[in-house]
Design a protein around this ligand. Structure first.
Ligand SMILES: [Zn+2]
Ligand SMILES: [Zn+2]
Length: 342
């Protein structure tokens, strides 16, 4: 069967891979229907993703159908539709033993550290499948993206009377916004790109946005004015830009929390007296937990989470290699692109 492999940065190719064997104990073979494309895939393509190794079959945002299960599998059966939690954890390390399967010491993400879903069939641990009888394959493929946002929000746990400031309105920022809204918090979003802010206002129902001029003092003033000097109870940096991640704590108010959901290769610096005076908490947010996948599926099923604005671009798998470079261009306006595999 045909798979798409990123042989090296900027070089996709179609390869032949064998069909998976009968699944072993605890495993399932799944048929892939939809693969979402995200920032990780774009940086992997550009050779800018530190964890990405080559050659690699990408694809970690997956809507699949179970076709066969191995011995001992009870959570799924052939015919079930599922979202895939693509974080393969060892179940043996100290972090796993304490329930932090999102940051296993031997963590591997499908499609990043090991081969992912841009192929018709593959084998995955059945415990990584979260089923739904109601969601479409596209919605199932969105669950992982949304998981990044839910986990970031759960790290900071905003209350309904608090203000959440989201910096960066790309797909990660949008998924953070979804759950900041569900927490009932006041949500304010900042980005450098007015088109993205327009999307946030018109499609995500967030009325308060700040167009950053890329000048830190102006941005702090705009946010100070908007919040009457209170600043953010929770600030989520969803930019992955070291320049922005370095200054994000200036938007955090007294007893506030800062969450870095993005990742940078650079060192970050901050002025400790300001952090101390306001008694800030700094948090990282990595991947998502199984219960967060399940909650997202229930929220979409129950109509509390509207996935309709999300998917802006689609392509069948056999057109992906040609179309992929166009999705990288800001003028294409991609929020989320979906690859139709099956
Ligand atoms: Zn992703
Ligand atoms: Zn582990």
């Amino acid at each position: 069967m045909k798979a798409i492999q990123l042989e090296q940065p900027k070089a996709f190719r179609v390869i032949d891979v064998p069909e998976p064997a009968q699944p072993g104990p605890g495993d399932a073979v799944v048929r892939v229907f939809r693969v979402g494309v995200c920032g990780t895939d774009y940086s992997g393509y550009l050779g800018k993703m530190p964890f990405f190794s080559y050659p690699r079959i990408p694809g970690h945002e997956l809507g699949v159908e179970v076709v066969a299960v191995g011995e001992g599998v009870t959570n799924v059966k052939p015919g079930d539709k599922a979202a895939v939690e693509p974080y393969i954890n060892c179940q043996k390390c100290y972090s796993c033993a304490r329930g932090h399967s999102n940051c296993c010491e031997n963590h591997q993400t499908l499609g990043v550290h090991c081969d992912g879903g841009l192929r018709p069939l593959f084998t995955v641990p059945a415990r990584k499948l979260h089923i739904s009888t109601k969601l479409s394959y596209e919605q199932l493929a969105l669950v992982e993206t949304l998981g990044i946002g839910l986990h970031a929000i759960n790290r900071a746990n905003p209350r309904a009377d608090e203000t959440v400031f989201v910096i960066g309105a790309g797909p990660i920022g949008l998924s953070v916004i979804e759950f900041a809204k569900l927490a009932g918090a006041r949500v304010i979003v900042m980005d450098l790109n007015e088109q993205r802010l327009k999307f946030v206002r018109e499609k995500m129902g967030v009325s308060e946005t700040i167009l950053s001029k890329g000048a830190f003092d102006d941005d702090v003033k705009a946010f100070t004015d908007l919040t009457g000097g209170k600043l953010g109870n929770v600030v989520v940096d969803a930019t992955g830009s070291a320049k922005c991640m370095n200054v994000a704590y200036n938007f955090v108010g007294f007893a506030g929390r800062l969450v870095w959901v993005g990742i940078t290769q650079d060192e970050l610096h901050f002025t400790q007296p300001l952090m101390h005076r306001r008694e800030m908490t700094f948090l990282a947010s990595r991947n998502a937990l199984p219960h967060e996948f399940i909650r997202i599926i229930r929220l979409i099923e129950g109509g509390m989470l509207d996935t309709r604005p999300w998917i802006t671009h689609r392509a069948p798998m056999d057109e992906l290699i040609g179309v992929f470079p166009t999705w990288l261009k800001p003028e294409t306006g991609v929020v989320k692109a979906m690859v139709e595999v099956g």
